[in-house]
Design a protein around this ligand. Structure first.
Ligand code: DQA
Length: 138
């Protein structure tokens, strides 16, 4: 299957950002081990701190991939543009958050993406990306 992980702002800092919340593993290290474990799947990764670039990527892959795993990070709570892109495309999107956003500040409880996501995985650390991947595999 052709699956892409799309990460939003500040997730390039995983491993050195608020380790108590997000852990101490860099996303690149995690991604490499995921790719090895699921070597028979076509898994790619894109990260941007820029809202429009995330929308461009969703539009680019959203009609020809089998699944999108999206952690829009802070834009989850603010971006109507990303929410509209998720609604527009035909590839199913699983929304992932590393931390349990519901146990954090009130502004993190609102997601503009969830209503149009196939499912949501929240609070299981980086393992959430693997759970999302498994949800796409037959
Ligand atoms: C996050 C949660 C968001 O509220 C936050 O802005 C992030 C990361 C998570 O994966 O837990 O940057 O999406």
């Amino acid at each position: 299957m052709k699956i892409i992980i799309i990460n939003g702002p500040n997730l390039n800092l995983l491993g050195k950002r608020e380790n108590d919340i997000y852990g101490d593993v860099s996303f690149n290290d995690f991604f490499e081990s995921l790719r090895k474990k699921y070597a028979n799947q076509e898994i790619s990764y894109f990260q941007s701190n820029i809202e429009g670039e995330l929308i461009d990527k969703l539009q680019e892959v959203g009609y020809n991939y089998d699944g999108i795993i999206l952690n829009a990070a802070a834009y989850t709570h603010t971006s109507v543009g990303i929410a509209d892109a998720v609604k527009a495309i035909s590839t199913p999107v699983v929304e992932v958050h590393i931390s349990n956003t519901f146990s954090r500040e009130d502004f993190r409880h609102k997601s503009y993406i969830s209503p149009n996501a196939k499912g949501v995985i929240v609070g299981f650390g980086l393992r959430g990306y693997e759970l999302a991947l498994q949800s796409f595999l037959k």
